[in-house]
Design a protein around this ligand. Sequence first.
Ligand code: ADE
Length: 985
Amino acid sequence: MRVKFPVMFRLLVLLPSALLTEPVRSNEVVLLDTTAVLGELGWRTYPVNGWDAITEMDEQNRPIHTFQVCQVMEPNQNNWLVSSWVWRGAAQRVFVELRFTLRDCNSIPWVAGACKETFNLLYRESDTPPNHTDQRLHPADYAKVDTIAADESFTQTDLGDRVLRLNIEVREVGPLSRRGFQLAFQDVGACIALLSVRVFYKKCPSTRRNLALFPDTVPQVAASSSLVEVPGRCVAHAEEERDAPRLYCGADGDWLVPLGRCVCSIGYEEDHGLCTACSPGSYKSFVGNIRCSKCPTNSQSGPASPVCTCEKGFYRTHSDAPSTACTRPPSAPRNLLFSMNDSSLFLEWAPPLDSGGRRDLTYVVRCWRCGAAGSCDPCGDAVQGLSSTRVAVQDFLSHGNYIFQVEALNGVSALANRRPAASNISISTEHAKPSLVGAIRREWASHTSIALSWHEVEQPPAPILDYEIKYYEKEREHQSYSSLRSQAARVIVSGLKPSTLYVFHVRARSAGGLSSFSLKAEFSTAAQSAEVVGTRGSVLVMALAAVGGFSLLVILTLFLLITGRCQWWIKSKMKSNEPRRTHYHNGHVVPFAGVKTYVDPDTYEDPTQAVHDFTKEIDPARIRIERVIGAGEFGEVCSGRLRSLGRKETAVAIKTLKGGYTERQRRDFLHEASTMGQFEHPNIIHLEGVVTKSRPVMIIVEYMQNGSLDTFLKNHEGQFTVVQLVVMLRGIAAGMAYLSEMGYVHRDLAARNILVDKGLVCKVSDFGLSRMLEDDPEGSYTSIGEKIPIRWTAPEAISYRKFSSASDAWSYGIVMWEVMSYGERPYWEMSNQDVILSIEEGYRLPAPLRCPVALHQLMLHCWQSDRNLRPHFCDMLSFLDKLIRNPSSLLTLVEDMNGLAESPGSPDYPFFISIGDWLDSIKMSQYKSNFIAAGYTTLDSVATMCIEDVRRIGVTLIGHQRRIVSSIQPLRLQLLQAQHNNFHI
Ligand code: ADE
């Protein structure tokens, strides 16, 4: 007897086809899907009345092939349903997914023990489809795959309805070796509806990873866990990096374990997994996944350029990096002049207006002597390679006519197809009179006047009657000039225009006639609004008056709050009776126990040993360069990522050494790493390591998201609170305190050399050896040809190269000023020469707008001419900490003090921020340890001392006792005054 499916069951079987199928996954290759077969399936049933094939149409009029069997009333059922032949394609192993429903026997009334709840899945392999003439079933040819049972069958709901549960079962069939196979479904007495059969195998689909293409790959069947290694092929315009790209295809069709990679070739950059050509106007000169860079100035490029070519008239030397601007030969030297004394003829000129964009300017001087007939012959070989703008000519005839020519050259002059620009001067030595006037000095300048003075030559041949002063506006050199007379060797030239550059020269008149003119001197009048230059004396007075007596009370009250670090530091040193300062010779530190000291890598005989000792070699495979962020002296600076073992990737800055370097350049480049590698402090830029064993040579440091401090402040003008600015300064002071304790002198401390991270933490950077030579754009040549950033450098360092932590303290004061003025240029547009002169004369930068008194006082303290009186970094650090902890101490601004009278008797200078500082000022530093050891750690504790106390702490010389006690008295008075004024911070 045949049990038919109830009507409700039939209805439920006819589910919408969308419910019967799932979207095909991209890593599956389908060999058979009964839901997708539009025509006859061609399956056979044995016996013919066993399985029932039903084909119905879905809502889109597509056939749904189902097979049902439900012969549950009769025992010994053996009903076979055999599929058509399926080609196995590339598969060695296939999956069969069955969707079916199976009725549980308990739900069928009157069935006896014959009812079953499983069926069997079998298969038979063959190389060809079965012969149409022989359609008999040969059960023995089939291998069993599995017995299939339902996970879900009909269930009875509370309402008495029967609800269909769809079963989905997947079985693996294989390994397959013949070209195809048939499936068979053997029913032994169950009630089954087979709704769909899907046969598929898995593959790893073709993919693109790490700029390499990987083809469709079928997993190995041998062991389901084994992986197939698949080599990748680089995408167009990419090339293999160190290791060839590889992926592994897993048994489930998933790609695993990417190894190696491709990177974009020169002229191409990565874009969404492909390498696309650099757009016109940009270039990429080395292989790697960095972005194309904009063409440097005066150069251009087409698409996919490895380098930008120079525009017409501009050039690069073979040693210029592709990232450097194209440059041109300089214009002619200007204002070629001569002067004479008895033995020498001097030629002097001004540098060309246009240096061509280069710094390697030199001059060639040629000379011709001309005879009466007008023919001229060279006087000798040309003098080449001059870097100064003055020469002395010694062997010349006293009665001769000469032509001198000065040519300006730079690194690309030889590449330009034209004669270098030159200036000529003709001189008749017979008629040339020596100049009796030496160099002209500017005494002062206001916005309409300039005071000048000069020296006459030591022994004028005849008494000088008066002087003629000739001057003109620099910009109108060839248009008009004025002259004045003066009987003294000085003059005040008035009626000038504000902010204007004038050229002056002077000649003397004696009984013998007029001398030749002195060398020209250029001076500028001051700006009309702020007479910074002209009234530097008065600005000093104003600045000091502004922060005068009352503010001193602020500072003194702050002293009372200072405890801690610095004193602890001194104490801890005292325990072992060690000197406070590290002694070193030639930069090589003689270390003393407990304090880590800096070792100058130059003191190593073998500099690579220093690199080895102080840095970590990094495997370049761990570095991913992302983009160029700047150009250093030695090559590009890039940002990127560093993969660390067991840590996630960190952002890094990568300094590269450009190709074609000399051994010396490599050593200088790595010098910075050997220096940085010795430091470990939260306010010092951290060295991750170096790459020296492969090209390019690289230095890897932590990445600072906000870049350099000066630019950062300029871009965020007025956006921070005073306390935020002081916290930045505090960070810099902490870094510098650490460096000075290690015996390292920075020499180029400036806001441009401080980097800022994303949390606004400031870190000291730039430890390059070369910055003293070429790297710092602020560097200017001193009289002895050394390059120094004048505005940031202490006077003793400019004058006689006395660099020390005290000269760093001066620079720190300038950094404070830069920070409080949001990146303003120190001394604005004053010339370097004027800066030097005005400092010598006592001028100091006035407080920036909205600058707290306490901070300007600290700046002035850093700028004391006597370097021994400048504060130590550890003192500054505790001072700034106190300010941060007591923000109300920052409320009194310098501009609020204007108009307040100075408190009588309170000196402008010096003010003290520690005991050490105070003892230094009275030249009694040798007793610092006595004070600390006896427990006098704060200035207010010192204020209570009498001569007996001073003697008791070990000051035995009566003269010293007196000097100390007499300088305690003003401290005490001022302390009382602060308390009396009830001035709380
Ligand atoms: N420029 C130079 N060094 C840098 C760094 N470490 N982080 C960000 N920008 C930089």
